[in-house]
Write a protein that binds this ligand. Structure first.
Ligand code: HEC
Ligand code: HEC
Ligand code: HEC
Ligand code: HEC
Length: 339
């Protein structure tokens, strides 16, 4: 009997040990983000914040500012985006793009060394579209990126392929029919950890304009298709958004009413624009680029890589903690007339 009890106690200890493996080591601190009593605390761990600081430092790259020189289009042959920039500024942008996107590969990652005007390498064609995308983001999506804006570094961080990209995913193969229909769940999720939530909410919400609404606005379910299934899809997306920014749900919502905008923080409105911005980036830039990228860059369904909240944010509430590089690179801040 005694031995049985000891064994049980041993098992319980082992169980508790494995359970606690899922917990984060203290200290845990909280900051109030709402009025007193509304329980809108932001929970964070200073150790993890310190780890993050290095990832969010701005690289040491010489600025590219206009000089008194001639326009780049008078010096070079094949410019479709940066023709109107000053020629010295143009060379500065090329140097910065190399540092931001292909530091170990150098200029020849995008250029044929024998002929810089050639568009022979796919990477140059993609980079030209990326220049247009960056200018479009900074000029037309101020509702999200504000004056801070983005550069190539915001997403690329010194690598040709950004660390956070995603592809369409139709899951593992299953039997046909009702038994095979698992509603997009119960497989390792690409975004919401190993939860049993739908594993691909990104195609649904960040590459298509589906409504992100699950709370009924009327007492009776009149004309209201809100279901548990839709709620699960919404939660999977919300977990992605929280994890991408390194914040809790209460960074944007007061959990007593997730739907009510009056009780939400201003950050929720910024996030609302962010969702529309990401759809625009995927629809107008990334999806069409799939045909320019070689097959080894495609996902399992043959589609191209896409952007989500983590592509820029990488775990920070503002990418690079809100530091802006645009004043050093004015050509990236707005569309140029040859564009
Ligand atoms: C990430 C890709 C990329 C890298 C790396 C890169 N470039 Fe470029 N380069 C481009 C693109 C895109 C254009 C065309 C811009 C346009 O259409 O306005 C271009 C155009 C040029 C041109 C103009 C050629 C002509 O006559 O039309 C020169 C010169 C040039 N780059 C030099 C460099 C140098 C030098 C480096 C290395 C320090 C470099 N580039 C690194 C993408 C790149
Ligand atoms: C909003 C995020 C974002 C920004 C900003 C951005 N990129 Fe990209 N870039 C991507 C994604 C996503 C891909 C697709 C990755 C792939 O090619 O597999 C990509 C691909 C590329 C590629 C192809 C790399 C390869 O090896 O396939 C080049 C070159 C590139 N970007 C250059 C640039 C340049 C230059 C800038 C700035 C003018 C820039 N990017 C800005 C997200 C971004
Ligand atoms: C960065 C801000 C942000 C974070 C963090 C966030 N949300 Fe949201 N949430 C939004 C926005 C914006 C919408 C509305 C989306 C739209 O209309 O396109 C929304 C919508 C919702 C809705 C639907 C409300 C309705 O009217 O039906 C629910 C439920 C929800 N969020 C729950 C959560 C939960 C749970 C978490 C934490 C896991 C969370 N959210 C984290 C911004 C956020
Ligand atoms: C193209 C890069 C990019 C992408 C993609 C992106 N963001 Fe942002 N986001 C930014 C920048 C830059 C800022 C800082 C703006 C500023 O300084 O006010 C920002 C700010 C925010 C803020 C305000 C934070 C605060 O404390 O004021 C929220 C919330 C946010 N983003 C949510 C999202 C969500 C949710 C997504 C995905 C649907 C997303 N972002 C995708 C670039 C991006």
């Amino acid at each position: 009997m005694n031995i049985m009890l000891k064994r049980l106690a041993g098992l319980a200890c082992l169980g508790a040990f494995f359970l606690l493996q899922g917990c984060e080591r203290p200290p845990i601190e909280t900051v109030q983000r709402g009025y007193r009593g509304v329980a809108m605390g932001e929970v964070y761990n200073p150790r993890r914040v310190a780890d993050q600081a290095a990832n969010n430092a701005i690289p040491d790259v010489a600025p590219a500012l206009p000089g008194p020189g001639p326009k780049a289009s008078t010096v070079y042959k094949n410019l479709k985006v940066l023709g109107d920039t000053d020629s010295a500024e143009f060379v500065g942008i090329m140097a910065a793009m190399t540092a931001w996107v292909a530091p170990s590969q150098g200029c020849t990652y995008c250029h044929d060394a024998a002929n810089f005007a050639s568009d022979g390498l796919y990477t140059k064609v993609v980079a030209r579209r990326m220049l247009q995308m960056t200018q479009h983001l900074n000029q037309d999506w101020k509702s999200h990126v504000a004056g801070t804006g983005v550069t190539c570094y915001t997403c690329h961080r010194g690598q040709p392929v950004p660390a956070n990209i995603w592809f369409g995913n139709d899951g593992e193969k299953h039997a046909d029919g009702v038994l095979g229909d698992h509603a997009g769940k119960n497989e390792p999720s690409q975004i919401a950890g190993l939860s049993s939530l739908p594993f691909d909410p990104l195609s649904t919400f960040l590459d298509a304009p589906n409504e992100i609404r699950v709370v009924g606005q009327t007492a009776l379910p009149t004309g209201n298709r809100k279901s548990i299934k839709q709620t699960e899809w919404t939660y999977a997306l919300m977990i992605h958004m929280s994890e991408s920014l390194g914040v809790n749900c209460t960074y944007c919502h007061n959990s007593r009413s997730f739907t009510d905008w009056d009780q939400s923080t201003p950050q929720r409105a910024t996030a609302w624009y962010g969702i529309r911005m990401v759809r625009d980036l995927n629809g107008a830039y990334l999806d069409p680029l799939a045909t320019t990228l070689p097959p080894n860059r495609h996902g399992p369904m043959g589609d191209g890589p896409k952007v989500d909240c983590a592509t820029c944010h990488q775990g920070a509430y503002k990418p690079l903690y809100g530091k802006s590089m645009l004043s050093d690179f004015p050509a990236l801040a707005a569309k140029t007339s040859t564009n």
